[in-house]
Design a protein around this ligand. Structure first.
Ligand SMILES: Nc1ncnc2c1ncn2[C@@H]1O[C@H](COP(=O)(O)OP(=O)(O)O)[C@@H](O)[C@H]1O
Ligand SMILES: [Mg+2]
Length: 316
């Protein structure tokens, strides 16, 4: 599907849902604009709230290749744009020598042609896929890269072209769909933000998280799913070092299903807390002071929720 073909925002919500991604109105609008205006989308939010998944799902929906650049400190041209394939170049030279051919200027030029180049994600992303589709470029966890890389990215994102000394300037025939994520361990520069459509992904509402759990772990009994989601929501109010994201809720749901749990109770919660929390101090906080209260509250509220039959929750 061509990214410009999405006629409405509602349709974006529907198609993403068909591909197991739950959006809300604002996020669907932002995605719609990203596709229509072809402006990069910068997603910030805590870990595990569904940032990376958006790029993956978009690529799936568009039937386009996903080109992923995982950021880390020290990213450079060789790992992000291109690198010469020295082994192949050397082999070619050896072959010429063996056949007693001269190594002249033309040979040298050939040696620095596209066939001796290893294309890295940013270069791949400004070319169309073989079937002519526009790729989705995911620049994941940009906050992990250093600022020089950000400056370089700024240039690329402004005109979608790359200059390679030996070859010349390569320009994207059509800008790729770009999704940049950041876990906000540091601020992304204003200049880059200005180039992008910005969206903060918060922890989901109770209703949204319930929909995600029932969509992704359909084996979970409704009662259990409701209680879990309530539990996680109240847990996010606690003063913990690392709050659980949607990823942790889903892992927990799978664990509880594997244990055949029908409802939350103290033993089952204590035994499986390691799927939600990853720091010993957080464990202590929850075990010593809050586990029972959280369970009680989740159990009573989930009964209330069902009684109220709130449309979103009851129909899932
Ligand atoms: N809105 C959502 N709809 C469906 N699944 C979601 C949603 N948000 C998060 N998830 C799931 O949660 C997990 C973590 O998402 P991910 O995109 O890796 O988080 P992040 O990149 O923000 O750290 C994935 O399994 C993803 O499918
Ligand atoms: Mg991620």
């Amino acid at each position: 599907m061509n990214p410009r073909d999405f006629p409405t925002i509602d349709e974006i919500e529907e198609i993403l849902l068909e591909h197991s991604y739950v959006t809300d109105r604002v996020l669907a609008t932002v995605i719609y604009l990203t596709l229509k205006l072809r402006k990069p989308l910068l997603l910030e939010g805590e870990a595990g709230v569904g940032k990376t998944q958006i790029a993956k799902t978009l690529a799936e929906v568009m039937g386009a290749p996903l080109i992923r650049l995982q950021c880390y400190e020290g990213l450079d041209v060789n790992s992000t744009i291109y690198e010469w394939n020295y082994t192949r170049q050397l082999l070619h030279i050896r072959m010429l020598e063996a056949t007693a051919c001269d190594i002249d200027d033309q040979v040298e030029r050939d040696l620095f042609g596209e066939q001796y180049m290893i294309k890295r994600p940013l270069l791949q992303a400004i070319e169309l896929a073989e079937d002519g589709s526009v790729p989705v470029l995911l620049i994941d966890e940009l906050d992990r890269a250093d600022e020089e890389f950000e400056a370089f990215l700024l240039e690329l994102l402004s005109d979608f072209q790359i200059t390679i000394p030996e070859i010349g300037t390569i320009r994207a025939p059509e800008p790729p769909v770009v999704v940049i994520t950041s876990n906000r361990t540091r601020e992304i520069h204003d200049a880059l933000k200005r180039r992008c459509i910005y969206h903060w992904i918060d922890y989901p509402t109770l209703e949204k998280e319930y929909r995600i759990v029932t969509l992704k772990v359909p084996q979970a009994p409704a009662q259990l799913a409701l209680q879990m989601v309530q539990f996680v929501h109240e847990m996010r109010e606690l003063d913990l070092y690392k709050l659980p994201g949607v990823a942790e809720t889903l892992d927990w749901a799978e664990a509880l299903v594997a244990l055949d749990a029908q409802e939350l109770d103290l033993p089952v919660v204590e035994d499986t807390l390691g799927l939600l929390l990853k720091y010993q101090d957080d464990f202590e906080v929850v075990r010593k002071g809050h586990a029972e209260k959280l369970i009680e509250s989740a159990r009573s509220q989930s009964v209330e929720q069902r009684a109220l039959e709130s449309p979103g929750i009851a129909s899932g």
